[in-house]
Design a protein around this ligand. Structure first.
Ligand SMILES: *Cc1c(COP(=O)(O)O)cnc(C)c1O
Length: 231
């Protein structure tokens, strides 16, 4: 992987983001690219930094830890985007600037307890699953507002918004329906005490333009920046 190819891929992605923003009357400044470097070496992080990106995502704590120790805790904003086990909550707090994958009230409580114990407040997104696909993880739509309200009551968390994953499909209308329902859930959650609702983390390499058209503020991109991951 050369710096050159990554920087031209970043440029191409920025153009696609700008076009999606144009179609939906939004500004590209509202959309943050999180470069998902999982399975790639730390060089991938250096390459996206060289291309001007400031946010990097990993889906596993162990790999996040390796990247942070190589690249530096303050060098970029680190995002944890994959399922987190409660016994790794403390580690996650040390390593991540934002946790996208708060997928249960139990995990939220544990993160809040650990954050409060070290006098911190951590930025989180509540992961929701509105597609009916149980494998995706996250709060299901029914009862989601109650769950979000409980999570917002925990003092160690700043609940900045929602994260979701669309079903993996070529059916754009199904993807759009999922993203739109997530956006509507965000709007409904606006009345919850303590819910900031500034961010919608939705959109990956195959569906980020639809995500932006439906209101995404954070797109999590791996393949489109670095190519296919090895098996
Ligand atoms: C791997 C991953 C991504 C990036 O996926 P690509 O399709 O390679 O862009 C985004 N979000 C999560 C949660 C992931 O695990």
């Amino acid at each position: 992987m050369t710096y050159l190819s990554v920087s031209s891929r970043v440029a191409a992605v920025r153009e696609r983001i700008a076009a999606a923003c144009q179609r939906s009357g939004r500004s590209p400044s509202e959309v943050t690219i999180v470069a998902v470097t999982k399975t790639h070496p730390a060089d991938a992080v250096e390459a996206v930094r060289a291309a001007g990106l400031t946010d990097v995502g990993e889906n596993r704590i162990q790999e996040l830890e390796g990247k942070v120790s190589t690249i530096g805790r303050q060098a970029v904003r680190w995002h944890l985007i994959g399922h987190l086990q409660r016994n790794k909550a403390k580690k996650a707090l040390e390593l991540a600037d934002m946790i996208h994958s708060v997928d249960s009230v139990r995990l939220a409580r544990k993160l809040s307890d650990e954050a409060a114990a070290s006098d911190r407040v951590i930025d989180v997104l509540v992961q929701v699953s509105v597609s009916g696909e149980e494998t995706k993880g996250g709060l299901v739509e029914e009862g989601a507002i109650d769950g979000i309200a409980e999570i917002c009551s925990f003092p160690g968390l700043r609940v900045s918004g929602l994260m979701t994953m669309a079903p993996y499909t070529d059916d754009e209308s199904l993807i759009r329906t999922t993203f739109r329902a997530t956006r509507q859930l965000l709007d409904r959650a606006a009345s919850v005490d303590g819910f900031e609702g500034r961010h919608l983390s939705m959109g990956m390499s195959n569906d980020f333009e639809v995500g932006i058209e439906e209101g995404s503020t954070i797109v999590r991109l791996g393949t489109v920046l670095f190519g296919e991951r090895g098996a």
